[in-house]
Design a binder for this molecule. Structure first.
Ligand SMILES: C[S@@+](CC[C@H](N)C(=O)[O-])C[C@H]1O[C@@H](n2cnc3c(N)ncnc32)[C@H](O)[C@@H]1O
Length: 325
């Protein structure tokens, strides 16, 4: 069965980011233009990786913190964790051969080190200790959530899962998420399927989330899109936020660059990568178009090494935040 492709998804094949990240062996890029059948033919084989570096044959070391969640939260016996993870990864890969799937990034809990994540976790936990009016209940939405590992980690860390929401354009990722974490009957988070960059009036399936969220987590999401689609997604996210809460925050990680380029004009298939300056400019535009004001941060955490120099060496892993100005 072919993946459901929104017009935006099918148009996001910017060669710049793809080639840069492939060189880097880096996997924030969850896009691929490879049809599933071709990708599968490159799946098995000897050695550490295949499918152009996007499919790893052995678990990387940084999935170790996910192991305790799979044992304690999901109840998977330690001796079965590896087999379960390999099986689930291959199911995801069969849906769509994303690098972040092939390279097990959905089991990296690196994000827990980010200050913005820690603020959101702290505030979600704190909110559970004091009464809140229903319209101001502290909640978090993960956009482009894939299997929903961030939501499971928050729940594992004590957040009541009824405060958690996820959205993605691909329903099969959400479904496999329940199987990966074995919590279909216990996890109370709401998942909503929808396209965040749908043009015109937007995707009305997402309207149920409007005005409800305190925090929005968006990792490896904005960098998939052109400038115009990022503006569209950001405007949609502004609608998700509780209008009365000054402490609302959008945060996450994405690929950025020290040399942002204006290559994301309407009609272009190029993705737009940011530095701190262009990120603020994007949110200034969102502010103008929504009658709101936003203050942003964007900080590099790591250089993405390519060894090749030139344009790829300007790439950085970035963490970001967006708060009301
Ligand atoms: C690069 S993956 C990142 C997944 C997850 N946030 C993570 O960090 O592991 C991007 C995710 O965004 C979803 N996505 C792509 N285009 C979308 C759209 N237009 N609307 C909603 N979700 C989208 C994909 O299905 C995928 O799950």
């Amino acid at each position: 069965m072919a993946i459901q492709r929104s017009p935006a998804r099918s148009g996001r094949g910017g060669g710049f980011l793809t080639s840069a990240l492939r060189f880097a062996g880096y996997d924030f890029d969850c896009r691929s233009t490879t049809p599933t059948s071709q990708a599968n033919s490159t799946k098995p084989g000897a050695g550490g990786v295949s499918a152009g570096g996007r499919y790893m044959h052995t678990l990387p070391p940084d999935v170790e913190s996910a192991r305790s969640l799979l044992e304690e939260y999901s109840g998977i016996p330690p001796e079965h964790v590896d087999t379960h993870v390999y099986q689930m990864r291959d199911r995801l890969w069969d849906v769509y051969p994303f690098a972040c799937v092939g390279r097990f990034r959905f089991l990296s809990f690196e994000f827990t080190a980010d200050a913005y994540y820690q603020v959101a976790l702290f505030r979600l936990l704190q909110a559970q200790t004091e009464p809140e009016p229903a319209e101001h209940e502290t909640r978090l939405l993960d956009v482009g959530c894939c299997v929903g590992q961030v939501l499971r980690k928050l729940a594992f860390d004590g957040v009541d899962s009824s405060r958690l929401y996820g959205t993605d354009v691909e329903p099969r990722f959400l479904d496999i998420g329940y199987e990966l974490f074995r919590d279909r009957n216990t996890f109370q988070a709401d998942f909503v399927i929808g396209d965040l960059v749908k043009q015109g009036e937007g995707d009305e399936r997402l309207d149920v989330l409007d005005g409800k969220m305190t925090f929005i987590h968006a990792t490896s999401f904005f960098h998939l899109f052109t400038w115009d689609d990022q503006v569209r997604a950001a405007i949609r996210m502004v609608r998700f936020l509780q209008p009365g809460r000054r402490d609302a925050m959008i945060f996450g990680r994405q690929v950025g660059t020290v040399l942002p380029r204006d290559n994301g004009k309407a009609g272009s298939d190029k993705v737009y990568l940011h530095n701190a300056h262009s990120w603020q400019r994007l949110w200034d535009e969102v502010g103008e178009r929504t009658g709101t004001k936003w203050k942003t941060t964007m900080e590099p955490t790591e250089t993405i090494e390519t060894g090749a120099g030139g344009v790829e060496s300007s790439l950085r892993k970035m963490t970001f935040s967006v708060v009301r100005g």
